[in-house]
Design a protein around this ligand. Structure first.
Ligand code: AMP
Length: 282
């Protein structure tokens, strides 16, 4: 595995790959890697000749300074894991490589209402930061395929909206949520939970499963209130639980309103914010 820290270094290597007609798959991450990230990498390896993984903890997408500071950065462990999984290139840029002085502004993306709900509502500025960094990384890497997780449902929806509006020749591939055996969605933030909290956090998954299993029987309001209770009984503090149209990301209060429905939630435990979602109808 080649490790590159500069845009130029990475681009020189990738242009050689492109010259010999290799297709390039790209998996952007913020590190503290886990099996969820590896599942994206495996998908990329199945479909592309060369796989590039980036690790960059993007300051512009954190709306809380302390969250940015506490974000785990086990870079040696991450590097070993990527080598073990046969990744071709690890891109480890500094902030000045991603955001040099005089960088041209990110194109204006019309998100409509996509960023006004759920994560957009509770983390002001978050998606502007995500769009900024993903656009910038795509300009540097120029991959054929971009791999992202369904774990961040609103994020991939917004990135698809961006790709529909900018002139970049890249295809977004969305990979399913990788979970522990007990259902907890893998997340870099789980590393900050105590062992007891990791057990409690499975209530997030249980609350989503409750909604999925009872979706045809119960009205939306009841589904949401029961799910909130499942989380609260386990000591979680839910921030939101929303049943929404999977395209527009707007809440629905009636099941016949959409043929693509998702439940998304964010919940706090030990000062850590966890998110998860489940598709209810597609
Ligand atoms: P992050 O490092 O948290 O920014 O995540 C990098 C990519 O991995 C994003 O596209 C996430 O949606 C994806 N991802 C994170 N957790 C999981 C998971 N448990 N299963 C599948 N993909 C994931």
């Amino acid at each position: 595995m080649k490790i590159l820290k500069t845009n130029r270094g990475l681009q020189n290597n990738l242009s050689k790959e492109r010259n010999i007609k290799k297709s390039i798959g790209f998996v952007p991450t913020m590190g503290a890697l886990h099996e969820g990230h590896m599942s994206l990498i495996h998908e990329a390896q199945k479909e592309c000749d060369v796989v590039v993984v980036s690790i960059f903890v993007n300051p512009t997408q954190f709306n809380e300074k302390s969250d940015l500071e506490k974000y785990p950065r086990p870079i040696e462990r991450d590097t070993a894991m990527l080598k073990e999984h046969g990744v071709d290139y690890l891109f480890l840029p500094s902030t000045s490589q991603i955001y040099p002085k005089n960088l041209a502004p990110t194109p204006k993306i019309n998100l409509g209402q996509l960023a006004t709900t759920m994560e957009g509502e509770h983390r002001p500025g978050h998606f502007e930061g995500v769009i900024q960094v993903v656009y910038r990384l795509l300009m540097i890497v120029s991959p054929d395929q971009l791999y992202m997780g369904q774990k961040d449902f609103q994020q991939f929806t917004i990135i698809q909206a961006m790709l529909d509006q900018v002139d970049l020749k890249v295809e977004l591939k969305v990979c399913q949520i990788h979970r522990q055996e007990d259902g907890l969605a893998m997340s870099s933030r789980n590393a900050r939970l105590s062992a007891a909290a990791k057990k409690k956090a499975t209530a997030i998954y249980n609350s989503l499963i409750y909604i999925k299993n009872n979706f045809h029987k119960e009205p939306i309001e009841k589904l949401k209130s029961e799910a909130l209770e499942i989380q609260q009984k386990s000591g979680l503090t839910p921030e939101y639980i929303d049943i929404a149209d999977g395209h527009s990301l707007q809440s629905i209060d009636n099941k016949s309103a959409s043929n693509y429905i998702v439940v998304c939630t964010a919940s706090w435990l030990e000062g850590i914010r966890l998110i998860d979602n489940m598709i209810l109808r597609s």
